[in-house]
Design a binder for this molecule. Sequence first.
Ligand SMILES: CC(C)(COP(=O)(O)OP(=O)(O)OC[C@H]1O[C@@H](n2cnc3c(N)ncnc32)[C@H](O)[C@@H]1OP(=O)(O)O)[C@@H](O)C(=O)NCCC(=O)NCCS
Length: 246
Amino acid sequence: MRARQFCQWSAPVAEADTVLCVGLHLEDMAAWASQCEPFTTGSERHEASRFVHMEDAARHLAGRALARRMLCAATGHTSTAPFARSPYGKPFCPQTSMDFSISHCADMVWVALCRTTTVGIDLEQLRPLPDAAQLTSQLHPQERQSLLALPDSELEKAFFRCWTRKEAVLKACGTGLNTPLNSFCVSCKQQQDNWILAAPAPGNCAAQCTAATPDQWTSHDIAAAAAYQCSVAACAPQLEVLVHVM
Ligand SMILES: CC(C)(COP(=O)(O)OP(=O)(O)OC[C@H]1O[C@@H](n2cnc3c(N)ncnc32)[C@H](O)[C@@H]1OP(=O)(O)O)[C@@H](O)C(=O)NCCC(=O)NCCS
């Protein structure tokens, strides 16, 4: 999407019992900061001004603007209160109990929004990862075993699959890397849904997330774009995942 189209675009409305996921391709990166101005706060723009690279500022502002526009569509309000951050850094809107999660990488920004429970989304651009085998030492033993059993030609892609799934769960928990990566387990196989094999303990998640077993979670992979891996997770079972890519 070109930046100036974003102003005219109508954000889709999140329905009950769904996870609404919206992805933006930032076509003209340099134009996004100014076009997002009506949908961002002074403190977000100040944060963006401290980034060395224009692209980082554009991604940060586009993520905040997209989240705000999706929240406005869901609440029917024309604006939102400034976002706050949880003690672990997850942004939230103090005005509403709806949860959202932002991920940005290269020329894509994604936001997941859920009315009823906490949600996490993560996006990575597939790229060479020569130390993938070494990085598996941080993972759950079952993840490590299944990744190291793969031929070299499949390892990097499967590692990214595992990575975005774990990050989506961590971002739904809201605790970031304070929840140990080896304290829960995801499948590394190609499967679109239900890839959580062992859920994080509720004590390791935000208070709203009481899902203790994998069947109490919704987990889903999104076909974001070629050469990207994207995963979303939410702390309630059997939610419908609706995806819009712009
Ligand atoms: C910050 C973190 C939540 C994700 O960061 P990331 O994957 O590098 O970057 P993303 O673009 O996907 O996400 C960044 C966004 O996450 C959100 N975020 C920050 N802290 C968060 C938290 N504790 N919980 C949920 N979301 C958080 C913010 O919206 C942030 O963007 P913004 O500041 O522009 O609003 C954290 O998990 C992290 O530092 N990860 C490091 C990567 C790693 O080692 N992963 C190993 C997995 S195998």
